[in-house]
Design a protein around this ligand. Structure first.
Ligand SMILES: [Zn+2]
Ligand SMILES: [Zn+2]
Length: 142
């Protein structure tokens, strides 16, 4: 080993390429963050202990904290981190009325594949209620 490193030729090309990829990545990143005006804020609600957890808490210790709840109706239904036994469901807030509701509990989707809001879609809300399903818990809608 002479210790002499060649800094020209192929190595330089690789550096240039890496720079270009990085620049493209940055461009894409800023574009996509521009497109998604607000950061993803997804909370989880536990049906047992009625507490809310942010998705960050589940991601913190991935995959240890990310335990799918069997029979939860969706692979995004997880074991609650607080009581360790409850079903934690992701919640959504309605773009129209602002109601926060539980997903995948008694799901209904509109023609665009979006989860229907049990408040805007009164029929759906009523049906869920008649089944004893609380899609809009007080804890989420103070
Ligand atoms: Zn819980
Ligand atoms: Zn709504």
């Amino acid at each position: 080993m002479s210790g002499n490193e060649e800094s020209g030729g192929p190595a330089k090309t690789v550096m240039t390429l890496a720079g270009a990829v990085l620049a493209l990545g940055l461009l894409y990143w800023s574009w996509s963050s521009f497109m998604v005006q607000q950061p993803l804020k997804l909370d989880y609600y536990c049906l047992s202990c009625k507490q809310t957890e942010s998705i960050e808490e589940f991601r913190k210790d991935f995959p240890a904290n990310w335990k799918q709840y069997p029979g939860g109706g969706s692979d995004s239904v997880l074991y609650c981190l607080k009581c360790k036994k409850g079903r934690a469901h992701p919640v959504l807030d309605c773009q129209k009325c602002g109601t926060v509701f539980v997903q995948h509990l008694f799901p209904k989707y509109d023609e665009y594949g979006d989860h229907s809001c049990p408040k805007c879609d009164a029929e759906y809300g009523k049906l869920a209620k008649s089944r004893g399903v609380d899609l809009m818990p007080k804890a989420l809608n103070p």
